[in-house]
Design a protein around this ligand. Structure first.
Ligand SMILES: [Mg+2]
Length: 191
């Protein structure tokens, strides 16, 4: 009976747990920081064609391995959505956690936002969002792979038990020898 209820509430609970890949946006997926205020139609200013091709390639590999993809960004929710939509990345993504201007709770287009951009505890907020993903997907923290160029975010996440957290930095792309580039890190991890 308990198993039946748990399966109804969390359909994946008794299945093999899948990995969830969580990405910051600015300087993780993008090569240049958008300032959190991305304007529709301007994506080529922030991500090179090669980088976008590389990101799509690894996103496809993640989906083929039944992994899930989330975005965890301090960018304003609608701007993050516009960037992901303009670049064609949005269809790969299960959910987005982002920022807003007033700190209220919103959920729109698969984008959830509960904290304002100017909040001074974003390393903590990013881990709050990671915990929400754990709960939503019914996975363990070990199934979360988190990537962010802001060291404080990664240190905080590791402190909170997200051991698979990686400092990346995509601003040197397309230097293929750059070990901090997101695409290079993921190509290695997904082998
Ligand atoms: Mg960033």
């Amino acid at each position: 009976m308990l198993k039946y209820i748990v399966e109804k509430l969390y359909p994946n609970y008794y299945q093999n747990k899948y990995n969830v890949y969580v990405f910051d946006l600015d300087n993780t997926i993008t090569n240049k920081h958008t300032g959190g205020h991305y304007q529709k139609g301007t994506y080529k200013r922030f991500i090179t064609d090669e980088m976008l091709f590389g990101v799509k390639d690894v996103f496809k590999k993640i989906k083929e391995s039944n992994g899930m993809i989330y975005i965890n960004s301090r960018g304003i929710a609608s701007n993050v959505y516009n960037f992901l939509s303009d670049t064609g990345l949005f269809p790969f993504i299960t959910g987005v956690y982002a920022a807003n201007y007033d700190g209220k709770k919103y959920s729109h287009n698969g984008v959830v936002t509960e904290f304002k951009l100017e909040h001074n505890r974003w390393p903590e907020i990013k881990s709050i969002y990671l915990n929400k993903i754990v709960q939503k997907e019914g996975v363990s923290k070990d199934n979360i792979y988190y990537f962010d160029d802001t060291k404080a975010n990664i240190y905080y996440a590791k402190h909170m038990g997200f051991d698979n957290s990686y400092i990346v930095n995509s601003n040197k792309f397309p230097d293929t020898s750059d070990k901090y580039n997101l695409v290079n890190i993921l190509q290695t991890l997904l082998k």
